[in-house]
Design a protein around this ligand. Structure first.
Ligand code: COA
Length: 154
């Protein structure tokens, strides 16, 4: 089940970010920062519940002409079950409704699994961003043109 994230989810979301997205970079998405993001009016945060709350989560920021997928992580026991794809499709459907034409996301350049994941969803690798992560690691910027994509239907 996908639902909107609630303040009590912030701790688990932050832990998933620390353990799965930020290893080796330091913990920047602390519970306090995640909570701030949940309360931000231009941000949509969702979680996937399975046998346990917050099997995975995603945070998307909605700007005027594009959206930015800020964070996405699925707990290891729940990976490769289509949860990441469902979360991204849910947020992309919301972005389309909001009249947004393109979604951007960055992945650590060495995170081949994430790069393959986004490519499988129609994202194209655009350019390298050296030092994007605390000056220590490059990111690859990826983008998905929603105007060219077939709308998602559940
Ligand atoms: C990357 C991540 C979000 C994918 O989520 P997921 O729920 O496991 O992915 P899905 O089951 O929805 O996979 C959809 C498709 O993406 C591709 N994919 C997913 N994981 C992959 C991997 N490890 N290697 C290669 N392709 C992969 C496949 O094409 C897959 O379809 P298939 O299973 O039918 O072959 C998840 O592995 C994760 O949280 N990783 C750690 C954190 C992270 O890297 N976040 C993203 C960067 S911010």
């Amino acid at each position: 089940m996908i639902r909107l994230a609630e303040p009590q989810d912030a701790q688990q979301m932050a832990r998933l970010s620390r353990d799965l997205i930020e290893p080796g970079l330091g913990w920047s998405w602390t519970p306090k920062r995640v909570l701030g993001s949940l309360q931000h009016r231009d941000t949509c945060s969702i979680v996937a519940d399975t046998d346990r709350p917050v099997a995975g989560f995603a945070i998307m920021e909605f700007l005027d002409e594009h959206a930015h997928l800020s964070l996405l992580a699925i707990g290891e026991p729940h990976q490769r079950q289509g949860i990441g794809r469902s979360l991204v499709h849910w947020l992309e459907a919301s972005a389309r409704t909001a009249g947004i034409g393109i979604v951007y996301v960055e992945a650590r350049v060495g995170n081949q699994a994430a790069r393959d994941f986004y490519r499988s969803l129609g994202y194209r690798e655009m350019f390298l961003m050296p030092g994007y992560y605390r000056g220590r690691e490059a990111a690859i910027r990826m983008g998905h043109d929603l105007r060219k994509a077939v709308p998602f239907s559940a």
